[in-house]
Design a protein around this ligand. Structure first.
Ligand code: ZN
Length: 151
């Protein structure tokens, strides 16, 4: 992925959705997002990514890891379209998609629906790209967009 494909220069957004909650383990994850990268903990003992972020590998219980970058491309697994407001300033409807990144990580994030007919949203298996919504709060949060030309 070239830097020109990253969305780090996008304008700041006043999001109606909650900001991430920082804990002891996840600040690096959000820092990489600010740089336009998705990085996940990669266990250097059993050589696998783990997610969600946490202090130990859920597979081998090891604590040795590196933050390794993953692709910003995935395959759409599922979509949920919300027609009810759980957040007062959210515009309805909005969609949340779940994608498989090729590294085997399942990521859920808001799916950009602008200009996309509802029937297009449900295309399981479609090629989806991860972009970052730069918020006025200082967080950059992953967001999904359907790739041009479908899969
Ligand atoms: Zn492990």
């Amino acid at each position: 992925m070239s830097t020109t494909e990253r969305d780090t220069e996008a304008e700041l957004v006043e999001s109606p959705f909650p900001n991430p909650t920082l804990d002891d383990d996840n600040p690096p994850y959000w820092e990489y997002c600010k740089q336009g990268e998705l990085r996940y903990q990669y266990c250097t003992d059993c050589e696998r990514f783990w997610f969600p972020v946490g202090p130990v590998c859920p597979r081998c219980l090891g604590t040795n890891f590196e933050w390794r970058p993953v692709s910003l491309d995935g395959e759409l697994l599922a979509v949920i379209v919300y027609h009810r407001k759980f957040f007062p300033n959210a515009e309805l409807p909005y969609a949340v998609g779940q994608v498989w990144l090729k590294e085997g990580i399942r990521l859920s994030a808001q799916l950009d629906t602008e200009g996309i007919p509802a029937e297009e949203l449900a295309r399981v298996g479609a090629h989806v790209k991860v972009r970052f919504e730069r918020r006025t709060s200082g967080f950059s949060v992953p967001k999904l967009v359907l790739a041009e030309g479908g899969d």
